[in-house]
Write a protein that binds this ligand. Sequence first.
Ligand SMILES: [Zn+2]
Length: 486
Amino acid sequence: MKSERMDPDAVELAPLPAPVDFESDMDRPVPFDAGATVHLDCPDAAAAPWLAAHFADWFGAQAPRVAPGPAALPLRAGDEAYAVSADASGVRIAARSLAGVRWAAYSLRQLAIARRGTLRTEGRLLPTLRISDAPRLALRAVHLCWFPETRPERIERAIRLAALLKFNCAIVEPWGTFRSARHPWFGWPDAPGTPEALSRLAAIGCDLGVTLVPQLNVFGHASLSRTSSLKHAALDLRPEYEPLFEPGGWNWCLSNPEARRVLRELVDEMHEACGRPPFFHLGCDEAQPPSCPACRRRPYGELVREHVAAFAAFVRERGARAMVWHDMLLDRADPRWAGFVASGSPATATLADTLPRDVVVCDWQYADPDPKRPRNDWPTLAHFLGKGFAVAGCPWLNFAAMEPMAAFLAAHGGLGMIATTWHHLHGTDWRDIFRTAACAAWGTPPRPVAPQFDTAFAVALRLAGRDAGISGYRDTGLDEDQITLP
Ligand SMILES: [Zn+2]
């Protein structure tokens, strides 16, 4: 497909993540404007109206026309597969589902540049191109922590960016920022995450192909605050709720039926606000042993099993599958997991045998015990897969692990990957987490970044910001500020 390049260093633009098969030639640009027709071949009746409406949102009066009809492009396997071609004969998209059409549209949108030679945009150009694409993992999630410091605009932009990078799930964990109607004491005053705000984000995600999954920690992490801060989003300001928590407030008091009731009502409220998605994340990591007399009265493992199983069942009654972090399901002293888990005890590890198998185990591996060795063995992932759980790998900043972890999960029937961001939803860590995990989960290697400026990520980030309606300095780019003043 390549024409002879005038400049051998010229950069060929590519979408993020790179498609499995991708050929393009910007020396042979193709008009992508109001005079162009996109021939769409998709059996899903919702696909053509969705594409036309989004082209209108993105390109206004310069939007190309959408015409359903045969595209005669070969498709890879899978519901999310798509194929695209653009050349002198026009632009064609083929897909089996609206999901595939969305991914095709996001690839085209990242590639479409303004026509040259004018002051303002007057139509767009695509390179002559051919794409055949499909993801290797079914679940491609980001995990977004909504701190009091995280302005809602940034959560919305992260969800929109996740969609453009072809993630299909966003787990949103409010850190004291969910404003419960039934339990207004739960969280910081004037928390921005009202049920209406969650509903709005869920609707945005749903339209874009990203399922919003709420998270509530029903075991440890009950402070809803970073460990090092020693803040507690309930007890600092409302100490009368002390009986709901173990002394100090890190764990919920699992033997208190009132704690169970409050948590059920919160799960219900959050799940409802998010439009009853097919998953609910229950947290359950890094809990402490019990200290209150009621919880000490029984073997703690029994109490934990009963508690987590009750919530998995409660979530199932609501038509969803529970997600839990993996660490309490292992004994950290077991030599088989050396370097792969830092919490969990013989008491809590029994969960791995007793939890219902519809629970999704989210196995976080944030440090490689032997980073010099190519990692083809993932003992904890294999352990949970062997027990029949759906398993998602979570690499956070463990960038070198992302590709081999995704490859392992794809080869062994794993469900997918969750790109956890924690307190790094800003700066180059955010960029590297989203980019590297998107590529790993999709199954294509990250392309080399041209020197000085990361064009592909900047394009996607700017599009997400534009869609989120940002109007000020702070919500552009990776960070709210470029420099720190003394
Ligand atoms: Zn207790």
